[in-house]
Design a protein around this ligand. Structure first.
Ligand code: GLU
Length: 512
């Protein structure tokens, strides 16, 4: 799709910002750059937010689909707020989701000297100038403006000094900030999501690029790093739209190629308000620890602001790579619905290859003290069989772990409701369970068809329904009224453990 818009300049021929035609217009089409280098640039000031993970995923999908590179830059220039813990959470979250990055991680804080050098380059070329205004002077100007009933606005004319004045202040060692000289005209780009976006430059004040303490501001650092990293497409949240004209002006003034931009929509809760903790967990790590599968999280994140253009809702990562395209990115805010997320989790839980599920659940079982990863590996066929039974009833891997408990360990706890419902008459139940124990113990092999036949015969002989045996038996085996099929449970518990559980129940009921 080639979108032509007003003020077009042939690509590559930039208008001179000082000429009579001073607009800056970049990227008139929605075609992707030929060499695709994208990045995810989180600030490590908290956990990995679902919105950040979504931005990372979109960038990753683009890179993987179109054979580009996906880079990771940790924007740790805010020393007060950045923490190593948060950087680790970003790595862990991306690794859990399988969003692998190319090349070494770039730490923005390590490049401050380059950011400052770029700001000085702009100073030397005249695209920026020194501002010696002290904070006290700014305060005075602000107070004056307010006393006149005006809103304070930075005024270039007040800040600009004569060459002699500048030299004198420099000689006296007066501190100064470096400000970018915003040219006249307007700045416009073709956003891959929002299409044409234009800002009149008169609304952008001459912004500081290097503070008087020598530290670069955010926009300077980002542009300097994106140039150094060879980024050709910047995809990020649309809360950054107002930074983009400033960044475009900086690229241009530095004589660098301007990347394309794609601003993806914000994420709201189901009430239409900006996503916050009120709407449920917003940290990717929380979902990981709740036992959500990374596949489900990825599928869910992908649909926050993107649509494959058909009704497909459930997609594997490779299907997402296959279907992903910027044309499916939406302008309107995306809605974060945790119910949908849980529901989506049920799909991959039921569908992913059992070995993959086994690998996710094994460390969880170990953490719960039920079995070590090594023990599970040693009994792999059995372990996979148990998972097959449990995964159809679970939406979260946590639920699998809870339901797996009876298959491990020597004893079970009897749930009070299950006891009062299924073991109402202790003497009769003990008698039925004793007969069940004898019938099963006689079986020559621990075979499901033989168990079923034997227990149905027992029910008939006693003139009771099968359920009158199976329900109390279930409580004896798992302590609950619900479980996978009773013969599956008997089979996967194994002969010794199953018979021991029934004997223990009989003893419990008779002691009662
Ligand atoms: N560090 C910024 C953030 O976390 C992202 C900057 C960018 O993508 O340009 O919002």
């Amino acid at each position: 799709m080639n979108v032509s818009i007003a003020f077009c300049h042939p690509s590559g021929q930039w208008p001179d910002t000082d000429s009579a035609d001073p607009q800056v217009v970049v990227h008139m089409t929605s075609s992707l750059p030929e060499t695709l280098r994208v990045r995810f640039a989180p600030s490590p000031t908290g956990f990995l937010h679902v919105g950040g993970a979504r931005t990372a995923l979109f960038n990753w999908l683009l890179a993987r689909k179109f054979g580009g590179q996906f880079l990771l830059r940790i924007e740790d220039t805010d020393r007060q707020r950045s923490t190593d813990e948060s950087t680790r959470a970003i790595f862990e979250g991306l690794e859990w989701l399988g969003l692998n990055w190319d090349e070494d991680v770039v730490y923005q804080g390590a490049n401050v000297a380059r950011h400052a050098a770029d700001a000085h380059r702009l100073l030397e070329s005249g695209a920026a100038y020194r501002d010696f205004t002290t904070p006290a002077e700014t305060e005075r100007l602000r107070a004056e403006a307010e006393s006149r009933g005006d809103v304070y606005r930075f005024d270039r004319a007040q800040a600009m000094l004569s060459d002699e004045d500048v030299a004198a202040r420099l000689a006296a060692g007066a501190p100064y900030a470096i400000r970018f000289r915003v040219p006249e005209g307007h700045t416009e780009w073709h956003d891959l999501v929002h299409e044409r976006i234009a800002f009149p430059n008169k609304d952008i004040e001459d912004f500081v690029i290097l503070r008087s303490d020598g530290t670069p501001v955010y926009n300077m650092a980002v542009v300097s790093d994106d140039i150094a990293m060879g980024i050709t497409l910047v995809m990020r949240g649309d809360d950054h739209i107002s930074n983009t004209p400033k960044q475009i002006l900086l690229y241009r003034a530095l004589g660098a190629h301007v990347p394309q931009f794609a601003h993806v929509p914000m994420i709201h809760g189901t009430d239409g308000k900006k996503l916050s903790k009120r709407h449920g967990a917003t940290a990717v790590g929380d979902y990981q620890h709740q036992g959500l599968l990374p596949q489900a999280m990825l599928n869910f994140l992908a649909l926050l602001g993107w649509s494959p253009g058909d009704d497909t809702e459930v997609m594997t990562l490779s299907q997402l790579v296959d279907k992903f395209h910027v044309e499916g990115l939406q302008k309107k805010a995306a809605v974060f619905d945790t119910k949908k997320l849980e529901c989506m989790n049920g799909q991959p839980l039921a569908l992913i290859p059992i070995a993959e599920l086994a690998a996710v659940v094994a460390p969880m079982l170990e953490k719960a003290g039920l079995a070590t990863v090594a023990e599970l590996k040693a009994r792999e066929a059995w372990y996979h069989g148990v998972l097959e039974l449990l995964r159809v009833r679970a939406r979260l891997t946590d639920e699998i772990v809870a339901q797996a408990r009876p298959f491990f360990g020597e004893s079970v706890e009897y749930d009070a409701d299950a006891v009062s419902k299924q073991w109402r008459d202790a003497a009769v139940t003990a008698d039925v369970l004793q007969a069940t124990h004898e019938a099963l113990a006689e079986l020559p092999s621990w075979d499901m068809a033989a168990m079923e036949e034997r227990l149905r015969t027992l029910a008939e002989a006693r003139g009771i329904s099968g359920g009158k045996i199976f329900q109390p038996l279930r409580v004896a085996l798992v302590g609950l009224t619900v479980s996978p099929g009773i013969f599956d449970v008997l089979y996967y518990l194994g002969r010794d453990r199953a018979l021991a559980r029934i004997a223990a129940a009989v003893q419990y009921l008779r002691a009662g």
